[in-house]
Structure formats: C-alpha cells, structure tokens
Design a protein around this ligand. Structure first.
Ligand code: COS
Length: 412
C-alpha cells in the first residue's frame, strides 16, 4: 500500500511529460535527461526492497516446483503493482510507463517468473481494458485485476501461428446477440489461473488482420477450458497452457473496442508490452551481472581474486555497458509512451537489444562462475534459462527487427 500511496501523492506527472528539448539524432526525441525524479527513486527503492524481501528468497523454490506464486501475486497487488498503470478510479495506481519499467526491472531482478505474471496483467490486460473498455467492462474487471483477486491473460498465438499473428484459425460467429468462439490459443501465460482472458479471434476470416475482434472472456464461461500446463526451460513459476474454446458463447457487450479492429488492439498492446519485456530483460541481466561481480571478487586463482585479471575486468565492463545501454533504450521507449508519442519502433529496439543483452550477460556470468555456474544450485543458471524467453515472447527478435526496419524504411 505504501507504494500505491506514494504514487498517488506524487506530482502526478507521467515521467515523459517533463520531456524537453530534442535531438536531431533520434527520429522520436522525447526527453533530454533520464535522471529519475525523487518519487521515482523512492518507488524503485521500495520495489527493490520488496522484491529482495518477498520474492528473491523463494525464487529458486518456485522455479523448481513450477508452482504459481499466488501469495506473492497478492502482495504485489497490495503494493499497487498489479494495477500499476490502471486509473485510480478503478483501483489502479495511476502510474506511467516509466514507473512500470522500473518495477519490471526490480521484480525481474529477483525473479523473472514473477515479473512475467505482472507484465501480462499490467501491459496486456489492464492497459487495453482501461484504454478501450466500456465503462461497464472497466467496472466489471479492473478492480479485481488491480487488487489481486484475479489475474488476466492475453490470447493471440495459436498452435500454427506465432509471428504471423493475423493468420489465425480461431473463429467467432454471430448468433443473435452472442458470439460463439471455437478454436485453440497457444502458449498462454497465466493460463489456467487467470480470471479474465482477452482473446483475439477471427470474425471476418477473408479480411485477415482487418477481420479480427478482441473479446473479454471470463475463465468460468462454459466452453472455455485450459489445457495441460507446459513444462518450460525457464520462467517456470509462470504457468503456460493452451486455452480451448468449444462453442464458447460470449455476449456482444464483451467485445473490446470495435468489431474487426482487434488486430490493431493486439499490436498496439504489444508495443507497450515490449517495454515491459525489455525492462524484464534488463532486470535479469542486472541480477546475472551482480552475481558475476560478487563471485569474481571472492574467487581466487593463481593467488589472486579473479577480478584482478584484466580478461575478467573487460567482461564485467562490457556487461555493465550493455546493461546500461539496454536500460536507457527501455526508458526512452517508456518516456515516449508516457508522452503519448509513437513508440512502436523504440519499444521494438528496446526489447531487441535488452533481450539479446540478457542472453549475452547471463552467458558471460556463467562463464565467470566456471563450473559452479553450471550447477543447479547456482542462481545464475536460472537467470540464463529465464533470459532466453525474452528473445522470443511478445515477438521474436526477428519480428522486432522487422518492425524496426518497416519504420525506418517508411518514416525516414
Ligand atoms: N499498432 C497499431 N496498429 C498496427 C500496429 C501497431 N503497432 N502494427 C500493425 N498495425 C496495423 C497495421 O497498420 C495494419 O492496419 P491496416 O490494415 O489498417 O493497414 C494492420 O495492423 C496489419 O498490420 P501488418 O500488415 O503490419 O500485419 P502483418 O500481418 O504484416 O504482421 C507483424 C506484422 C509481423 C509485425 C505482427 O504480426 C507481429 O507483431 N507479430 C508478432 C506477434 C507477437 O508478438 N506474438 C507474441 C504474442 S504474445 S507471447
């Protein structure tokens, strides 16, 4: 509650709104400084302390058992994180994308799986609901999504379509005032534990991307069924399942936004989500860097701490430099979003660079740990496994490059 209170009593200005000046070097200049405000520093410290106290000590155990950390999700909600960017009128904390990036980094630094549960709830569910939902839809779902009574899930991918998201087989047909959904969604984070699913469905198949509609579907609606939980390489405390729809009837009032505009909703939602994944990757990389630095200072070889050797020093220097660059790209994308400027390309750049940084840094961190880093009891092997997904979900690195290339060829 303390954080929520502080967020609400802050100056209320989204982080990007103090943006000033511009640089000829960037197609989308947002701000001239990335110094955090006092409120943001306090917020970051509070989330860091919370994550170190409540999440880090249990991260390995939840990874091992693959259990959903329900109690910690409620604690994140009590802190105002589950509804971090949702309006206060619906139980949210009313914060901006910058605070969201700070929170994602700190939670991911303690445990990436917790941050995955968080990012889906915030970016992929509460944000489009708050932005496009009717008053009735917001009142029905946002308070419970913000206070931890339920988590949300985002259903876009299918067994035969991931990167080519518009190529979906799940169909909805109109019957009177209802839509009837049939099909299967794949790799759904929070699957089986979510209370609300935002489901992207083809309603005009011949129109491809222009014939997709977004639906709000409650977990207990007849015809919706979660499949078996996937066993994954990393982020194992975050459940991933298929979601099956078998003649699942949904009232017309559960359409989110306009009919046949769902693909744009899905894509613009991912623009925000990719900032969250970038921040998550920075958090994982930061954790791996910290572990490597501490180990290098205490491990001796040839009569010295290994940190005395220049080869290691250069590795640590490169790790720190890449992390800092990834963080700044992430903050730039967040600041653009807060300033309500286009941020699709910058979010893609941030996710691309931060996820590849996380993979690179976690690999180097294991190298610095030597054989100890390869052992299951070493935290760094979990960071390495968790990092990989950031190059894949919410758009692979190849899709991020495609998005960036389309923008630079079209806009410049
Ligand atoms: N915001 C708003 N609208 C967008 C948009 C965005 N970021 N990106 C695309 N659109 C719109 C386009 O403007 C176009 O609208 P019109 O039909 O009015 O022209 C429509 O959406 C279709 O866009 P496009 O032609 O670019 O679609 P493509 O089928 O070529 O797909 C990619 C583009 C590959 C970028 C998209 O499918 C994608 O992001 N795939 C990855 C999906 C993903 O991240 N999956 C992970 C799921 S969560 S784990």
């Amino acid at each position: 509650m303390a954080v929520e209170q502080r967020l609400k009593t802050g100056d209320g200005r989204p982080a990007g709104e103090d943006a000033a000046g511009s640089s000829d070097d960037s197609p989308h200049p947002a701000r001239s400084s990335f110094a955090l405000t006092e409120d943001q520093q306090l917020f970051r410290r509070t989330v860091r302390e919370f994550a170190a106290r409540e999440i880090a000590p249990v991260a390995a155990e939840f990874d091992e058992t693959e259990q959903f950390p329900a109690e910690n999700v409620r604690k994140m909600a009590d802190l105002g994180l589950m509804g971090l960017t949702a309006p206060e009128a619906y139980g949210g904390s009313g914060a901006g994308a910058m605070e969201y990036a700070l929170a994602m980094e700190e939670i991911a630094r303690a445990d990436a799986a917790h941050s995955t549960i968080l990012t889906v709830n915030v970016s992929l569910v509460t944000e489009p609901l708050a932005k496009l939902g009717t008053e009735q839809q917001r009142r029905a779902f946002l308070p419970a999504l913000c206070d931890g009574r339920m988590v949300g899930a985002y259903c876009l991918s299918e067994p035969s379509s991931g990167s080519d998201a518009a190529n979906m087989d799940t169909r909805a047909t109109r019957e009177g005032d209802e839509w009837v959904i049939n099909g299967t969604k794949n790799f759904i984070t929070n699957g089986g534990v979510a209370g609300l699913y935002i489901v992207y469905v083809s309603t005009e198949p011949s129109q491809r991307a222009r014939g997709v509609t977004a639906f709000l579907v409650e977990a207990d609606r007849p015809g919706l069924r979660a499949g078996h939980k996937e066993s994954k390489l990393g982020i194992r405390a975050s459940p991933t399942t298929q979601i099956h729809f078998e003649n699942c009837r949904v009232p017309r009032e559960h359409v989110l936004g306009e009919e046949n505009q769902g693909f744009k909703i899905a894509m613009s939602t991912l623009d925000g989500g990719r900032i969250g994944i970038a921040a998550q990757a920075v958090g994982i990389a930061q954790a791996a860097f910290g572990a490597a630095r501490d180990y290098a200072k205490q491990r001796t070889a040839f009569g010295h701490p290994i940190a005395d050797f220049q080869g290691l020093q250069w590795m640590l220097a490169d790790m720190r430099t890449r992390i800092e660059a990834a963080r700044l790209l992430t903050w730039q994308a967040a600041a653009l979003k807060d300033a309500q400027q286009p941020h699709s390309q910058q979010a893609a750049m941030a996710k691309l660079f931060a996820s590849e940084t996380a993979m690179w840094v976690t690999t180097k961190s294991i190298q610095i740990h030597g054989g100890y880093g390869y052992m299951r009891e070493a935290a760094v092997q979990r960071y390495f496994r968790d990092a990989k997904i950031t190059e894949i979900y919410e758009g692979t690195s190849e899709v991020q490059r495609l998005v960036i290339a389309r923008h630079l060829l079209r806009d410049e």
